[in-house]
Design a protein around this ligand. Structure first.
Ligand code: RIB
Ligand code: CA
Length: 313
């Protein structure tokens, strides 16, 4: 089977970094057309720098990296340095990138790619706030029907919020953009906190990453050692949740995951519940299903896949 053409839209962030590395390590399954960066965990200047740092760590400097939107569509930017550190990639000491940003805006790269690739051949993989994706859909409505699928990290139902009592960070930062994406009609697979909180980098798993004894394995172990602090303190978790790599692992081995095709709507009005993903998991409304909402994962199978693939870099 030919590799799936994807664009990763990202706000690195340690977990974004692991997702990018997993994609770069899996060329048989994934043809990474480009990386588009958005403001989120840290400001755009840092997310677009961090994406290049990760490409160079993997030795894959031929992947174009674009800078995109530096703020949400209709709200002030909220960042997460308290989780990811000042740089967004705290943990390892990685050199500044030598590879340049690609010319042009990330939104135009998304539009141009969808207009030039065969219709229905490109999957969008947003793992940060959805600002770039929604802006592209607004600027070029003709591309919406050309998207094969959107596989994203965002939202929560049973796990409720991680940035407010009701909202997950990616959706909360730009709820207007999320509403545009979830009402676009494009087939969506959503990886909410309900599943990402099941894939924790426990001490044995961190040890297995260090045991790779490669620059990638060591850097990922150092990233997750740093990144786990927030979830350990807040949730008593046994390690860092690898939110974003769930998106890439799904593309490679979908049978690791399970979920339901349900209606998901985004709160964009009430400040009390702003950014909440109102997921009709129990089918109590007649609202049309618009997303496959993932709730289960074989977490050890996920880590076995991740570790085996990272060993290839
Ligand atoms: O809530 C988790 C999400 O927010 C992840 O994508 C993480 O990188 C941050 O962007
Ligand atoms: Ca992210």
């Amino acid at each position: 089977m030919s590799p799936r053409k994807i664009i990763i839209d990202t706000d690195p962030g340690q977990d974004d970094a692991v997702a990018i590395l997993l994609a770069l390590a899996s060329p048989q399954e994934i043809d990474l057309l480009g990386i588009t960066c958005v403001a989120g965990n840290v400001p755009l200047e840092l997310t677009s720098k961090n994406a290049r740092i990760i490409c160079e760590l993997a030795g894959k400097t031929d992947v174009p990296v674009y800078a995109g939107c530096d703020r949400p569509m209709g709200r002030e930017l909220v960042t997460a340095e308290h989780v990811h550190g000042r740089t967004g990639l705290d943990g390892p000491d990685l050199p500044d990138p030598q590879m340049p940003l690609s010319d042009g805006h990330a939104v135009d790269f998304i539009i141009d790619t969808l207009r030039t690739q065969p219709a229905g051949s490109v999957t969008l993989c947003p793992i940060g706030p959805l600002t770039n994706i929604a802006t592209a859909f607004n600027k070029a409505p003709d591309i919406v029907e050309k998207v094969h699928e959107i596989v994203l990290m965002g939202g929560a139902y049973f796990e409720v919020g991680n940035v407010t009592p009701t909202a997950e960070f990616n959706i909360y930062v730009d709820p207007q953009a999320a509403d545009i994406v979830f009402t676009s009609g494009v087939p969506i697979v959503a990886m909410p906190l309900d599943v990402t909180h099941q894939v924790l980098v426990t001490k044995p798993r961190n040890k297995a990453l260090r045991a790779l004894a490669t620059p990638v394995g060591t850097a990922v172990a150092q990233m997750t050692d740093f990144f786990e602090r927030y979830d350990r303190e807040k949730y008593g978790s046994e390690g860092a949740p690898l939110h974003d790599p769930c998106v890439i692992a799904y593309l490679i081995q979908p049978d690791l995951f399970s979920g339901r095709h349900i209606n998901v709507e985004i709160e964009t009005t009430s400040e009390l519940t702003m950014g909440m993903t109102v997921a009709d998991w129990w089918g109590v409304t007649d609202r049309k299903a618009n997303a496959t909402f993932i709730g289960g994962v074989d977490s050890q199978g996920f880590f076995d896949l991740l570790t085996e693939r990272l060993a290839r870099l």
